[in-house]
Ligand binder design. Structure first.
Ligand SMILES: Cc1cc2nc3c(=O)[nH]c(=O)nc-3n(C[C@H](O)[C@H](O)[C@H](O)COP(=O)(O)O)c2cc1C
Length: 452
């Protein structure tokens, strides 16, 4: 059930429940009061399925953003718990993949292996896991720590976390369960395995008390573009959310090709081939039926964020309060990646932007906040096509300036245009998320040993 390589993969992303933009909830068409109403999410995921999206992706963070003092509590302060939400959504959908972010820093592998395996069973093989290491000290303080784990340590833990989880998913060989009422044999004991994982980071005996997920392993996703993040992606991930349009209308195609090649070329040393990993840059289209309407819609989105919040957002990404500096002058310091312990990918993008353009603080926060690409459906499709055929993307993780309307527009206006060009499928051809992405089902490590 391979994907047609001429067709792109598409994920529908919900970073904040109201949309990608920090102020999405203020958009005239957003349903801000719906954020804790199941029907809100049901409408969104069913719309994505109507548009034949391969996957609905729900991001997650483990804190309320209150470090800076704009005094404005944003809608990102409210986010339902991912497993509960995706399990409920699996009941009202049939085909679309259901993926969420789960932190490897503030969880234990046994819990997560079990929850993801359960979601994979309940959804008929449609689950995916965005492996993140989390980003801030605020998160650490919700889990008995004062400071966020050091960058290299959290990626070391992430790698081991994935190894342990995969080991637990292999606990039961695929044909281990017998359900033989006659003989009283529930399972073949020889096909049930303890993991006995023991390092200074984790001590996990196993086996897992959920049988092997229908997909073998849920689809593994990674989104950090730091050096350590790229290594983790090359070693373990099957989908990478590349920070395509983070901080600037989509970056350049050359940036995209460079990152694509960088990540794929690292795979060889882990014994993996390039087609075992899909790279999906983030892309936030702001769609109008005409160019004028698209420009108007972009202006609405740009106006949603008050100045103080915009500056706070920049402080957040820089990891320090810059509210005291004059807005119409450049930053009085050069941000440094060395020793920075939040998201290195985000900071690297800011540094790159400042090297290319001499932006004032005001211009910089506006650029960070307004990363949508405005256009007609044909113009949006043109950009996606260019990235896709240039080798910068295997597809896209589509972000929406506001929900649910931004998704409705994409499904009604852009999807038909992509289909007309033969760039996107007319319908699902398989049932699991692996089928949709053309990814192989991994063999169970124990079965492989026995059959080889
Ligand atoms: C499309 C996309 C989605 C992301 N989703 C999340 C998320 O849900 N939760 C999170 O903590 N970080 C998320 N991130 C951030 C990264 O996964 C990563 O944790 C962060 O960039 C820090 O890692 P780094 O220092 O390796 O860049 C996302 C990044 C991208 C580009």
């Amino acid at each position: 059930m391979g994907i047609d390589k001429k067709q792109m993969a598409l994920g529908a992303m919900m970073y904040f429940p109201a949309g990608e933009h920090i102020s999405s909830w203020r958009h005239p068409e957003s349903d801000a009061a719906g954020l804790l109403d199941f029907n809100y999410y049901k409408h969104i995921v069913q719309t994505a399925e109507r548009g034949k999206f391969d996957m609905f992706f729900y991001a997650d963070e483990l804190y309320v953003w209150d470090r800076f003092e704009s005094g404005i509590v944003q809608s990102n302060s409210i986010r339902p718990e991912p497993f509960t939400l995706l399990s409920a959504l699996s009941v009202v959908t049939e085909k679309i993949g259901l993926a969420a972010t789960v932190s490897t820093t503030y969880n234990e592998p046994y819990h997560i292996a079990r929850k993801l395996a359960t979601l994979d069973h309940l959804s008929g093989g449609r689950s995916g896991w965005n492996i993140v290491t989390s980003q801030t000290d605020e998160e650490a303080r919700n889990f008995g720590k004062d400071k966020h784990l050091e960058h290299k340590n959290r990626y070391g833990r992430a790698k081991e976390f994935v190894d342990v989880t995969q080991g637990l998913w292999d606990s039961w060989e695929d044909d281990a369960l017998l359900f033989d009422k006659q003989s009283g044999s529930f399972a073949d004991k020889d096909k049930l395995h303890n993991l006995n994982y023991q390092t200074s980071e984790f001590s996990v005996r196993g086996p897992l008390n959920v049988s092997r997920p229908p997909q073998g392993y849920p689809v593994l996703i990674q989104a950090g573009a730091s050096e350590a993040g790229k290594e983790l992606a090359a070693a373990s991930a099957e989908v990478v959310f590349a920070p395509g349009s983070a901080f600037g209308p989509f970056g350049t195609v050359e940036d995209g090709v460079q990152l694509y090649e960088d990540i794929k070329s690292r795979m060889t040393k882990y014994g993996r081939s390039r087609d075992e990993l899909l790279i999906l840059p983030g892309f936030m289209p702001i769609i109008g039926r005409t160019e004028a309407e698209a420009a108007e819609r972009l202006a609405i989105v740009e106006e949603l964020t008050p100045e103080k919040l915009g500056v706070d957002l920049l402080s957040h990404y820089l990891g320090q309060d810059i509210s005291g500096y004059p807005l119409d002058e450049p930053l009085p310091f050069v941000p440094q990646l060395e020793g920075f312990n939040q998201s290195k990918s985000n900071l690297a993008r800011i540094i790159q932007l400042l090297e290319r353009e001499n932006l004032t603080i005001r211009q910089l926060y506006k650029r960070i906040n307004s990363r949508g690409v405005a256009g007609t459906p044909a113009q949006i499709a043109d950009q996606m096509e260019e990235w896709f055929v240039s080798g910068a993307a295997d597809g896209f993780n589509i972000m929406f300036p506001h929900l649910p309307g931004g998704l409705d527009d994409f499904v009604d206006l852009v999807v038909p245009e992509l289909q007309r060009r033969g760039l996107f499928k007319q319908d699902y051809t398989g049932n699991s998320l692996r089928d949709h992405f053309g990814l192989k089902r991994p063999a169970n490590r124990y079965s492989t040993v026995q059959t080889s």
